[in-house]
Design a protein around this ligand. Structure first.
Ligand code: ADP
Ligand code: MG
Length: 404
């Protein structure tokens, strides 16, 4: 029998980006998984909204500037990958200011093989795990969604030539009666092996780059969700386990200078900041709910990004957040606000279920097979009788001969 629901918090990890000159105001305690900001009083007033000079935040784990991509994968993502193989939904999302290493963490750096991020490493781990489990059958599908200016786009739209964002297939979200979110027009491609899955990632990333407006090439202005859908069952059984592993690269908060910025950039920044604001509202509502406050309404519907992450932020999902920070002196206020947000995220409670069900189509297939075999058996039995059936004239004569 499947285990009952398990209540699980969101794990939070802090990742520090290596910089030339790290601020001396920052200190880590990697045994206690704490980060401390010590700000002299005269600086504190301008730097952060309150006048405290001491800030301390605790995480589930700290990935210092020296931490390499393989360590990040092992600590942050491996558990989610193994969970997905066993039928548990997982989400890993990176959150932090622009340039702090979100894309580097989730997708990786483009130049060196060792810089591969969580997505390619998860793909690799899933297929290597599949090859080890001979008693199970798995199918893997991939989807890749981009959210730009609060609209969804299918990054795996292979049908047409992509030159701009508008060329991508638009994706719409729907909500079922039970609250689960579904996608319309988001393609899902089957990947039979690691190479096929990596090709899909490559196609999506290429579409993402091509469709970005040239002036913004340096930083991504969209949220992206790469999803690995895993379906597994033991050979010869009708029980199917289905899970989704969402790997999420959020766009970072945009500072918008008052002058000298064109309208497109303004519009993009507005949408990004608004969606991050709504994300905060959802997290605050979930956190308050977890603390027992009466929060019947969680404002998911305000933005497409929060809708797309609905399950990850308080639903049936094991979720992990990587808070990325830049330790340079002039970025401290942003780093503090990222850490503060992470503390709230850590208090969200998700109810995680093993996604296991009897697959009716598999059961029907198995029952049909059984019926076929039984019919065959009956036919044989009957057939034998029929062969013996009408007596040949020879048999009749012999039988008559025995009558006395
Ligand atoms: P974001 O997605 O948060 O805007 P990026 O991931 O694009 O930021 O990172 C900005 C730049 O810093 C990129 O050139 C990236 O390769 C580099 N970078 C970020 N984190 C690291 C890291 N941990 N190690 C090495 N380079 C990094
Ligand atoms: Mg990025």
């Amino acid at each position: 029998m499947a285990p009952g629901p398990e209540v699980s918090g969101i794990d939070i990890y802090l990742r520090i980006k290596p910089v030339q000159r790290a601020s001396t105001r920052l200190a880590f305690d990697t045994t206690e998984n704490k980060i401390k900001f010590v700000i002299p009083r005269n600086e504190a007033a301008g730097l952060v909204t309150n006048r405290r000079g001491h800030f301390e935040f605790r995480f589930n784990g700290i990935l210092t500037a020296e931490a390499k991509q393989d360590e990040v994968f092992e600590r942050v993502a491996r558990p989610a990958v193994m969970g997905a193989m066993s039928g548990y939904n997982g989400t890993i999302f990176a959150y932090g200011q622009t340039g702090s290493g979100k894309t580097f963490t989730i997708t990786g750096g483009p130049e060196r093989y060792v810089d591969r991020g969580i997505i390619p490493r998860s793909i690799s781990a899933i297929f290597s795990e599949i090859s080890k489990r001979a008693d199970q059958q798995f199918t893997v599908h991939i989807s890749y969604l981009e959210i730009y200016n609060n609209e969804g786009y299918d990054l795996l739209d292979a049908e047409r030539e992509i030159k701009a964002m508008e060329d991508l297939q638009q994706v719409h979200l729907g909500e079922a009666d039970d609250g689960t979110v579904s996608y319309r027009n988001l393609s899902m491609y089957r990947a039979n092996n690691e190479e096929e899955a990596l090709n899909l990632l490559f196609l999506g990333d290429t579409n993402r780059t091509i469709s970005e407006t040239p002036m913004n090439m340096a930083s991504s202005r969209s949220h992206c969700i790469f999803t690995i859908h895993v379906e597994g069952r033991k050979v010869g059984e009708d029980l199917v386990r289905r899970s989704k592993l969402n790997l999420v690269d959020l766009a970072g908060y945009q500072r918008v200078p008052k002058k000298g910025v064109d309208r497109t950039t303004h519009r993009e920044a507005k949408y990004i900041n608004l969606s991050l604001h709504y994300l905060k509202q959802v997290i605050i509502a979930r956190q308050e709910k977890a603390m027992g406050m009466n929060r019947p309404h969680i404002p998911y519907r305000n933005s497409m990004m929060t809708m797309a992450l609905k399950d990850s932020l308080g639903g049936n999902c094991r979720t992990t957040m990587v808070a990325t920070v830049n330790s340079a002196q002039d970025q401290l206020d942003e780093s503090i606000s990222t850490c503060r947000f992470a503390q709230r995220v850590a208090m969200v409670r998700n109810t995680v279920l093993l996604n296991e069900e009897l697959d009716p189509s598999l059961m029907i297939r198995r029952l049909k097979q059984e019926v076929r075999e039984l019919k065959e058996e009956i036919r044989l039995l009957k057939g034998e009788e029929e062969e013996r059936g009408p007596l040949t004239p020879d048999e009749i004569t012999r039988l008559q001969g025995t009558r006395c």
